[in-house]
Design a protein around this ligand. Sequence first.
Ligand code: ZN
Length: 472
Amino acid sequence: MTTLIRGGTVVSPTGRVQADVLIDGERVVALLAPGDTSLGSNLAASARIVIDATDKYVIPGGVDGHTHMEMPFGGTQASDTFETGTRAAAWGGTTTIIDFIVQRKGERVPDTLAAWHHKANGNCAIDYGFHQILGGVDDEALKAMDELVGEGITSFKLFMAYPGVFYSDDGQVLRAMQRAAENGSLIMMHAENGIAIDVLVAQALARGETDPINHGLTRPWETEAEATHRAIMLARLTGAPLYIVHMSAKQAVATLAQARGEGWNVFGETCPQYLYLSLEEQLGAAGFEGAKWVCSTPLRARSEGHQDELWRYLRTGGLSVVSTDHCPFCFKEQKELGIGDFSKIPNGIGGVEHRLDLIYQGVVDGQISLERWVELCSTTPARMFGLYGRKGVIEPGADADIVIYDPNGRTGIGYAKKHHMQMDYSAWEGFEIQGKVDTVLSRGSVIIRDDAYSGRAGHGQYLRRGLSQYLT
Ligand SMILES: [Zn+2]
């Protein structure tokens, strides 16, 4: 059961090299210099499958560390199931997702773990792991954190936003961080000042300002920057490592970058929507159209310069990871829940399929290097979330999760073009990418080839993660 990927350029965070990749079963067994005969003079003749990657890049499969399949939110749930969402991810070259188990106040953490295993087990096209959302930090939940680390769930997400839903007050944040500092796990933070935001939302609605753009206007950058600073200081106080999710405000990232400069274990993630889309152009679209781009943190004003600054931080290391925060809702009947009241619009954008393409376009545009693309989308998330060695790398012993990417291909994104997510619109309608996902392998099996999907639900396995491999 050997596969040979021949003639391509293997790209890693440290460089690019002409090499053939030999796969046996589910694992990479060798990287060979072109023409190498040490394993036989005609390896291609003995391999069961030979894939020609001439003039193409061979990269480790994408690792999306932030997705929400079937996530309950505001009386509805995200429209992609684990089956449809992981299939769409595969189309886009992502071969691992880490999704979020949701615990709300009053729910027992072990029950939520069992529920999420039940949702995902047997349904995924690609491998998957879990983070745990703690929406109700109490003595029992704190104890459960230690047990979850043993289950391979080594990161815990807290919310400084959404009072009454997922919100943790500073005391709860502090206690969870103390626990993380003890058991070696990572605290992930949704850093927005939800108490202040809820006041601004109520005041806007009282003034009759109900359109989707008000979602962004009532979550100004100060609310993100303030919460980011507070989270960093509480992490510093407790000694817990901190990973701030979906950062969109340049001022918040500046605070993070300063803390990183001090040598603290703090990391930041952004998402393609914050790099390309804006409050003026998308969230501020006429009528109710802007609901398509309601997500939190919100899309920010291009006039304030956030998008360019986020690209800069991706180049210079202020930001470490690009994830999608894939949380799709259909326009009909889901986003429409917020007609006449922007605060009722389900928060989320679907994008699990497009991350590799959208960030590759940043390479074409000169924003980041080819190597940094691989680092941001695969290697660093694998290492950040305790999967490195198996994922995020092409080397002997690693899982053969591999994407062959064609820099001479083209990808048109849009509902009637490339779109396999279970949602009735594309947040990326009309985007054109100067590159194309050519072939995708998951643990040695070809799942995308010749614009066709050949994977299956249930191929994807649960990943028991180790501790973050990024901490000093
Ligand atoms: Zn999220």
